[in-house]
Design a protein around this ligand. Structure first.
Ligand code: ATP
Ligand code: MG
Length: 325
């Protein structure tokens, strides 16, 4: 369990993180989202002990980081792996040597290091590339090497700082799948910093949004992202949807129950009220459930009745002339 309490961190007397409170249970994938410069990387560096902080506490499995001396901190840092946007591989070393580096630092014996590094590279799908140099790899392959290296000391926590931001969408998905699989296999706790909502939706269980050093939204991913909270709108970029002339809009929040999309069709058939679908964005979230919003057009005098019928089905529905998408 990672437990951060009232954390404040200053640079030059200016707070870049203020009163941060986060709890991350073991084995979860936690997303930290926010725009550039809000303090996401600083928070990750505090969690892995690379950065000191001014007040508050960070406890990892009941160990308070501020209580550790230098040697204890080094030891603690073994239990945390980290990957970055730019992969941070050593260009002059082969793939295998890159993965062995952390073990070399801890003076593991050669045979053990090689065996472990080969097994990890096999696991990330690079068993054929042991002797390649980083310059001979694609971005996605480089990140796989970085993941193997991050796992070499059997960490309990993996910190990812914009790990997929330099990759194209298809490669991003394959890296996210790998991280999600490893999370399950090893019961690894993952903290994932990103500015991409699609990353959060596809792998994270819980999330926080940071604005200017403060947490402004926190909770289960679907609760945060399907809410109309202002921080979410700001992060996604506000878009307004307006009812066509002579119509009202109904906004539906589809929350993953299998019967929800069917309810829309059933009401279209049986409600006796004609409506159209003007916009719908329903996607699979990490839980495997399909969730999102749907906007309907309907004659104004029927809007309230139709919204009520959806609510009777357990679907959150509201009517109006305009909504933020
Ligand atoms: N070593 C440092 N000394 C002084 N100020 C710093 C230092 N590192 C970061 N900052 C400042 O702290 C704030 C938060 O930086 P941080 O790198 O944590 O943001 P971020 O959310 O990771 O941004 P990005 O999405 O661009 O990576 C910024 O205003 C930054 O300028
Ligand atoms: Mg950053």
């Amino acid at each position: 369990m990672i437990e951060i309490k009232d954390l404040t961190k200053k640079y030059d007397n200016k707070a870049v993180l203020e009163n941060i409170n986060i709890k991350i249970p073991d084995g979860r994938i936690y997303g930290l989202a926010g725009q550039s410069g809000v303090g996401k990387s600083t928070l990750l560096r505090c969690i892995n002990g690379l950065e000191s902080f001014d007040s508050g506490s960070i406890c990892i499995d009941a160990t308070e980081l501020n209580s550790l001396n230098e040697a204890e901190m080094r030891e603690f840092r073994r239990s945390i792996g980290m990957i970055f946007q730019n992969f941070a591989l050593l260009e002059r070393k082969s793939v295998l040597e890159n993965v062995m580096l952390p073990m070399e630092f801890w003076k593991y014996d050669r045979a053990h290091m090689e065996k472990k590094a080969k097994a990890l590279l096999e696991r990330v799908g690079l068993g054929e590339k042991l002797n390649s140099m980083p310059s001979e790899l694609s971005g996605g392959q480089k990140q796989r090497v970085a993941i193997a290296r991050a796992l070499s000391l059997d960490p309990k926590i993996l910190l990812c700082d914009e790990a997929t931001s330099a990759l194209d969408p298809a490669i991003t998905l394959s890296i996210l799948e790998l991280i999600a699989d490893i999370n399950k296999e090893l019961n690894l706790t993952v903290v994932m910093v990103t500015h991409e909502m699609s990353v959060i939706k596809s792998v994270c269980d819980d999330m926080a949004i940071i604005e200017a050093g403060h947490i402004v939204a926190e909770g289960k991913v679907e609760d945060v992202l399907l809410s109309d909270a202002e921080p979410v709108r700001k992060l996604i970029g506000e878009r307004k949807i307006t009812a066509p002339v002579g119509k009202d809009l109904i906004k539906l929040v589809i929350r993953g129950k299998e019967e929800h999309p069917e309810a829309v069709c059933e009401l279209a058939r049986n409600s006796g009220i004609a409506f159209g679908i003007i916009s719908a964005e329903i996607e699979p979230f990490h839980s495997g459930e399909y969730m999102g919003h749907m906007y309907l057009t309907v004659d104004p005098e029927k809007a309230e009745t139709l919204a009520r019928k959806f609510i009777e089905y357990g679907i959150d529905a509201s009517s109006g002339k305009e909504f933020y998408l």
